[in-house]
Design a protein. Structure first.
Length: 232
């Protein structure tokens, strides 16, 4: 997708988030984890609605404002392509993510997205030097590609619906481990930078999640990850 279209999409999402008070505290849904339980984010009840903007009913009828959703789907597949496991969960908007939404609403150009996959103890990827590290899934034209052995330029950024932003990509494990933490990152440039000229470095975390249960990921297996950002 073009940077101009991505900028417009993020502005729409950011505007919705601003109406919900995201700039002062994220209002996140409590979604089912891979086991069917509920995962806690910052409490919507603890965030007072902004005085200057009306609130919209939250999903389920308990209105406290618009909910910010970052729904993940992780599929692990064998080297032959067979499905090994599938996990779904919702992540948590970080403090830097709220700040980035404010920057975008202020007219800053958007850089590239990236997804980072962290193991517990042993990391799933290895640097060019051989040292274990997290796997990084990036856009094909990103400036984030600093270490080719641990970076996978497979990330696609699309708008399947006008108010939905979707990230999809794949990575292959070098080492056997369990995935216990995932992050999305986004770069933003100064207000006078054209979108086409924005490489968005350094990147800052946008969303973050520690997984429970963790996801088994063995050497040679491919991990397919999808993140869908939306508001309701």
């Amino acid at each position: 997708m073009t940077r101009k279209r991505l900028q417009k999409t993020l502005a729409v999402l950011g505007a919705a988030a601003a109406l919900a008070g995201v700039a002062t505290g994220a209002v996140l849904s409590r979604g089912p984890d891979a086991t069917g339980g509920l995962q806690d984010g910052p409490s919507a009840a603890s965030q007072p609605p902004p005085a200057s903007a009306p609130t919209s009913p939250a999903v389920g009828g308990k209105g406290d404002g618009i909910e910010v959703h970052g729904r993940w789907t992780i599929e692990v597949r064998s080297a032959e392509g067979a499905l090994v496991s599938r996990s779904t969960f919702e992540n948590e908007l970080t403090a830097s993510g709220r700040r980035q939404l404010a920057f975008i609403l202020g007219g800053r150009a958007v850089g590239q997205w990236a997804i980072r996959l962290f193991g517990r103890g042993i990391q799933p990827c290895a640097r060019d030097t051989g040292r274990d590290t997290a796997c990084v899934v990036t856009e094909a034209d990103t400036a984030v590609r600093r270490d080719r052995a641990s970076t996978f330029p497979t990330l696609r950024v699309t708008n399947p619906e006008p108010d939905v932003l979707m990230l999809e990509g794949t990575a292959t494990a070098e080492n056997s481990t369990v995935v216990e933490r995932v992050r999305t990152s986004l770069g933003a440039c100064s207000g006078d930078t054209r979108p086409a000229d924005c490489d968005g470095l350094p990147q800052e975390d946008f969303t973050d999640k520690r997984l429970s249960p963790t996801v088994d990921w063995h050497a040679g297996q491919q991990l397919q990850v999808t993140v869908e950002f939306s508001f309701s």
